[in-house]
Design a protein around this ligand. Structure first.
Ligand code: 13P
Length: 254
């Protein structure tokens, strides 16, 4: 499966900083081999990023959407508003949205349905907390999150969907999961996805690992077949660091 490395910038970078990053990254694109690269800047930087990336194969993702299509929902952003700027992907259910902003399985499911209906490719994030891992609940937590999000989902984009396994304790901590644990979790994610999605979609989708990924450790994750890429936070904020990570991923995957 083709690797996909996605940059989740979270609440970093102004529009001006984004344009500089995109122009510099574009110049490095010939080094990326067959690796698919996706940037997920803040909403306000999507339009300038789209212009700066014109003529490039680097794709754009948003970090959230509303489950509604339009209406009286102050502060929300709807899928068609993103598609207008060439956004193709959207991160949903990130642990920061679950844990800091109180997003629950029910709203994540509604957002997934909306994304699929709008023709956006969702990157669904799942992952256990440190206490859940220590309590031996990792498998059960992942199964619960996946079932709530995926059961009976349909749509043209389901097969293109990406699921990111991001253990909460590994995010921003500098302490990544071991490649073996990440691969075990990725296999479980695929098995559960296959159970809940019809039409071979579970076998077709890609599974990323996320949590303290960098140019030095990316190879150990993507060289394991269950892992089809990474969702990268901190190491995606500097062009050189991020480009080195993409190159290392391509080399490791052969
Ligand atoms: P870090 O790479 O900074 O650990 O963040 C991971 C993440 O949350 C990506 O969505």
């Amino acid at each position: 499966m083709k690797l996909i490395i996605a940059a989740n910038w979270k609440m970093h970078k102004t529009a001006a900083e984004t344009v500089i990053f995109c122009e510099q990254l574009k110049r490095r694109e010939s080094e990326f081999g067959g690796v698919e690269v996706l940037l997920c800047p803040p909403f306000t930087a999507l339009a300038p990023a789209a212009s700066a990336l014109e003529g490039s194969a680097i794709r754009l993702g948003a970090q959230n959407i509303s489950w509604e299509e339009q209406g009286a929902y102050t502060g929300e952003i709807a899928a068609p508003m993103l598609k207008e700027f060439g956004v193709s992907h959207v991160i949903l259910g990130h642990s920061e949205r679950r844990h800091i902003f109180g997003e629950e399985d029910v709203s994540i499911r509604k957002k997934l349905e909306r994304a699929l209906q709008a023709g956006l490719v969702p990157i669904l994030c799942v992952g256990e907390t440190e206490a859940q891992r220590k309590g031996g609940e990792t498998g059960a937590v992942l199964e619960r999150q996946l079932r709530a999000a995926l059961e009976g989902l349909e749509g043209e984009k389901v097969k293109e969907m990406i699921i990111a396994y991001e253990p909460v304790w590994a995010i921003g901590s500098g302490q990544a999961a071991s490649p073996g644990d990440a691969a075990d979790a990725a296999s479980l994610v695929r098995r559960v996805a296959e159970k809940h999605l019809g039409g071979g979609a579970g076998g077709a989708l890609r599974v990323q690992y996320g949590g303290s990924v960098n140019a030095g450790n990316i190879g150990s994750f993507v060289s394991l077949p269950p892992v089809n890429g990474a969702l990268v936070g901190g190491a995606s904020l500097e062009v050189d660091t991020f480009a080195a990570l993409v190159v290392a991923a391509g080399e490791a995957a052969g």
